[in-house]
Design a binder for this molecule. Sequence first.
Ligand SMILES: [Zn+2]
Length: 222
Amino acid sequence: MEPSSFPPVYLAEGYATLRDLRDRKVLQDTDRDSLREYNGGAMVPCLDANHFEDLYLHHAKLSASRRLAPITRPGGGVCVASTSPLAVAECDGQLVNERLSVLRSMDVAVHHLGIRSCYLYGHFPCKACWLAGMNVRDQFQALVDAKAELKERYEEPNKHFVVALMFHRAILNKDDTWGPRKTYHVKRELVVEYLKTPPPPYVAVPMAADEWSTDVQSLTDH
Ligand SMILES: [Zn+2]
């Protein structure tokens, strides 16, 4: 997978949306308090090799329990929503239900390992989402829907079940190298409001890495 195979307009629109979300505090910095853990956490990231290490090392650093159950699928948490184009995929002429695959793993984590926290990760740019025709707004809508469905499935009276929405962003430089990377905590209530508004106009030019220079999450900082 060559990074350059992302269309410039897709990147420009996505980065503009993410910057808007960051400026509106829909995307917030992560710290240990933003990862509320109850007996460990199931994390659902995309299997995209361009972002996983950064995402995982950051998450593991913040995790109080270091008791993490990884459930990786194309698109990560985005494939969990029943409304998601990534919920079902075709392989060798048969349909593969990615959503049920995650739920099956989540059942083991919740019912047999006693894990009561879940972290649904989206990321940008995401090849799986792009191939499925999803832009960043579609990704956030799927994450919101997935959270509601998981709460419905696993919440029990007098027992915590936390679903946190997380988002990892990597800047793709014009020379196809990767620039600043960062993990955000998504405020669900704020992103729901944001998704009710029409998309803002954006400049169809990929943003330079230096526009995010204060937003660096380097591995050495972990
Ligand atoms: Zn991806």
